[in-house]
Design a protein around this ligand. Structure first.
Ligand SMILES: NC(=O)c1ccc[n+]([C@@H]2O[C@H](COP(=O)([O-])OP(=O)(O)OC[C@H]3O[C@@H](n4cnc5c(N)ncnc54)[C@H](OP(=O)(O)O)[C@@H]3O)[C@@H](O)[C@H]2O)c1
Length: 256
């Protein structure tokens, strides 16, 4: 229970779904630090649920000034940062995932700004506050490898993010900072309610379940457990690569 004892972590989007699952897993292994998000209410309730091992910092990851503030506030409070989880991302509020037939230039920029540019600058702005030897975990997606309807831009952003694990690890060799991607399959989180109408929710989840070989959807704790491994010394020889935690979704097809 102390794989991350006294380690300082920042988890963007730690106030919901996968990010919160990672924060809980880190707390259970002795870590402390900060979770971030834009929604003050869910930040407050998440901090409370984490027994105050974590502070909540409000910030939009598509805003460079907010990113500066997140890392400064964390290190003012806890000192140098050992672990950064770049998790904030996914669906842009109020902007449905669409095919190329319907997407606008603005929609394209919004998805890329959240899922790719925001992630890149999250790492860049963290660098002055990261300890040498830190672990950076980029939350990718199975959608980087498989095409799904209306998800071309999101999948492309995640595929590029997975490349960042390699390229940034190389850039940061002199500081021994390891950057790896952790790619979930379909995980039970509030994201579904952001793009699926209430009356279609169970049908949409069943569709994902039908193509998941493990015959269950993932839980935020599944991703939390894998993130503990990537954050800990146990993975010290794992650098610039991707781990899939997807119940077999990416690499195995069910012939039904
Ligand atoms: N659930 C899945 O099946 C699945 C599968 C593969 C990959 N993923 C990836 O896992 C990550 C988390 O997804 P999730 O399913 O846990 O979704 P979620 O419950 O909707 O959480 C998204 C998180 O990102 C934060 N966020 C969104 N836009 C932001 C912005 N502009 N600035 C700062 N924070 C922002 C949200 O906080 P606020 O709203 O408070 O800002 C929230 O904490 C995403 O990167 C997603 O692409 C999810």
């Amino acid at each position: 229970m102390d794989k991350l004892k006294n380690k300082v972590a920042v988890i963007t989007g730690g106030n919901s779904g996968i990010g919160f699952g990672i924060a809980e897993a880190f707390k259970n292994e002795g870590a402390k630090g900060a979770i971030t998000g834009r929604n003050q209410n869910t930040l407050n309730s998440s901090v409370k649920a984490l027994n105050s091992n974590f502070i909540g910092i409000t910030g939009d990851v598509t805003n460079i000034n907010d990113l500066e503030g997140i890392f400064k506030q964390t290190s003012d409070r806890f000192g140098e940062i050992d672990i950064l989880v770049v998790n904030a991302g996914g669906v842009v509020d109020g902007v449905p995932l669409e095919t190329i037939l319907d997407i606008t230039e603005d929609n394209y920029d919004q998805y890329m700004n959240l899922n790719l540019k925001g992630a890149y600058f999250t790492v860049k702005k963290a660098l002055p506050y990261l300890k040498d030897g830190a672990s950076v975990i980029l939350i990718g997606s199975s959608a980087a490898h498989r095409a799904y309807p209306g998800m071309a831009i999101y999948g492309a952003a995640k595929a590029a993010l997975i490349h960042f694990a390699k390229g940034l690890s190389l850039d940061l060799l002199s500081r021994k900072i390891r950057v790896n991607a952790l790619s979930p399959g379909t995980i039970e989180t509030p994201v579904f309610t952001k793009f699926v109408p209430e009356n279609q929710l169970s049908q949409v989840k069943q569709t994902w379940l039908d193509i998941t070989p493990s015959n269950r959807l993932g839980l935020p704790s599944d991703i939390g457990n894998a993130a503990v491994f990537l954050a800990s010394e146990e993975s010290s020889f794992i650098v610039g690569t991707e781990i899939l935690s997807d119940g077999g979704l990416t690499n195995m097809s069910l012939m039904k």
